[in-house]
Design a protein around this ligand. Structure first.
Ligand code: MLT
Length: 200
C-alpha cells in the first residue's frame, strides 16, 4: 500500500497508524499526529480504492452503505500490510495506535471488528459501525471516539451503538462529543491528545 513511514525519536512509544478520510491522502493527518505525539513513529497509509478519483479504504454502494465483501477484503489487506510494515521498519506490531478520520476511522473500526489484537488502541474520528451481525473479537484496546451530535454522516445513535459494541468486546472506550457536524476540529484533536497521554 502507498504509505509514508517516519521513524520516531522514542521507540518505546506506539506507532501511530494514520488513515485519511475519503478523498484524502497519506499526507492529511501528519499534522494531527504531530499534535498527538511528535515523538512517535508514524505509518500513514493511502487507501487503495478510488471513488471518482478519490482515495478510500474500501468501496461503498452509496453514502453510508458499505460493500461488505470489499470491506472484509480491504481490512485483511491492511491487517497484512501492518504485519509486513512492522518487519520492514522494525517497529512493534503489537503497539500500533490508529488515528483515523471518517472513512479511515471506519477501516480502523473494521480492523477491531475482524482481528483480535490488530490495534493496541485507536482514535476514531467520526466513525460509523463498520459492520453489523458479527461478534467483535475480545479486545483490551483503548478507544477514543470523536463524534458530532449533529453529524449527518454518523448519527449520534450510531456512535452510541459503536461504543456499546466495542465496550461489550472489552475495549476501554471514551466518547468526545462536538457539534460541528462531520468536521474534524482542533478541540476534538486536543481531546484525542489528552486521551492518548492518559493511556499510552
Ligand atoms: C464511509 O464511506 O466510510 C463514510 O460514509 C464516511 C465517508 O467517507 O464519507
Amino acid at each position: 500500500m502507498k504509505h509514508i513511514f517516519k521513524k520516531g525519536t522514542d521507540e518505546t512509544k506506539p506507532t501511530l497508524l494514520l488513515l485519511h478520510g475519503t478523498g484524502g491522502t497519506e499526507q492529511d493527518l501528519l499534522p494531527v499526529a504531530d499534535m498527538i505525539d511528535s515523538s512517535c513513529s508514524i505509518l500513514s497509509v493511502r487507501g487503495n480504492v478510488l471513488e471518482n478519483g478519490m482515495p478510500r479504504f474500501f468501496r461503498r454502494l452509496q453514502e453510508g452503505i458499505f460493500d461488505i465483501e470489499d470491506l472484509i477484503e480491504r481490512t485483511t489487506e491492511l491487517h497484512q500490510f501492518l504485519d509486513e510494515a512492522a518487519e520492514t521498519y522494525s517497529f512493534d506490531r503489537h503497539n500500533i495506535v490508529a488515528v483515523g478520520y471518517s472513512n479511515g476511522a471506519n477501516i480502523a473500526g473494521s480492523l477491531l471488528f475482524h482481528y483480535e489484537n490488530s490495534l493496541k488502541g485507536a482514535a476514531l474520528l467520526h466513525p460509523m459501525v463498520p459492520r453489523r451481525g458479527v461478534e467483535v473479537p475480545k479486545t483490551d484496546a483503548s478507544i477514543f471516539i470523536g463524534a458530532g451530535t449533529n453529524d449527518p454522516i454518523c448519527p449520534a445513535s450510531e456512535t452510541e451503538e459503536l461504543s456499546a459494541l466495542l465496550e461489550k468486546a472489552g475495549a476501554d472506550v471514551q466518547v468526545h462529543w462536538e457539534s460541528f457536524g462531520h468536521q474534524l476540529t482542533r478541540t476534538e484533536i486536543e481531546a484525542a491528545e489528552k486521551w492518548y497521554r492518559s493511556k499510552f
